[in-house]
Design a protein around this ligand. Structure first.
Ligand SMILES: [Fe+2]
Ligand SMILES: [Fe+2]
Length: 135
């Protein structure tokens, strides 16, 4: 079963962002499946690199949308993104060095990260964006 399952509660009521969040969840699930299938560290590192790459793409898109619409909580939101991206880079470095990593701990972190960030941080901008006509 997939580690993270999308449901309507995750929706931020902005179509493009929901699509991007679903893609992030899909890559996290892909990494979880690869770990469960005992893929090599190199293969896992590749999926993690894909995750980092798409995370950056998504954060940039979201930050542009928030700043161009004058979101008052932009600075703390951006700080949260920077801290998360840094942690994913750190995990990627561990794989790249071929060091052993506690995969259970890694996946718990990613599951918690995506769920908590969408539910507690991203959802807060919905009403602001709606007031600016962004859906
Ligand atoms: Fe965000
Ligand atoms: Fe987001």
């Amino acid at each position: 079963m997939a580690l993270v399952v999308w449901n309507d509660n995750f929706s931020v009521q902005v179509a493009e962002i929901d699509t991007q969040h679903q893609k992030l969840i899909a890559i996290i699930n892909e990494l979880d499946d690869a770990i469960k299938a005992n893929h090599s560290n190199e293969a896992l590192g590749q999926v993690l690199a894909e995750l980092l790459d798409y995370t950056k793409t998504h954060f940039e898109y979201e930050e542009n949308l928030l700043s161009s619409n004058g979101y008052p909580m932009f600075d703390p939101h951006k700080a949260e993104h920077d801290a998360l991206a840094e942690k994913v880079v750190f995990m990627g470095d561990i794989f790249a060095k071929g060091q052993n990593i506690d995969s259970g701990q890694l996946m718990n972190f990613l599951k918690f990260w995506i769920e908590e960030h969408i539910l507690e941080i991203d959802k807060k901008y919905s009403s602001h964006l709606h007031s600016k006509g962004v859906h």
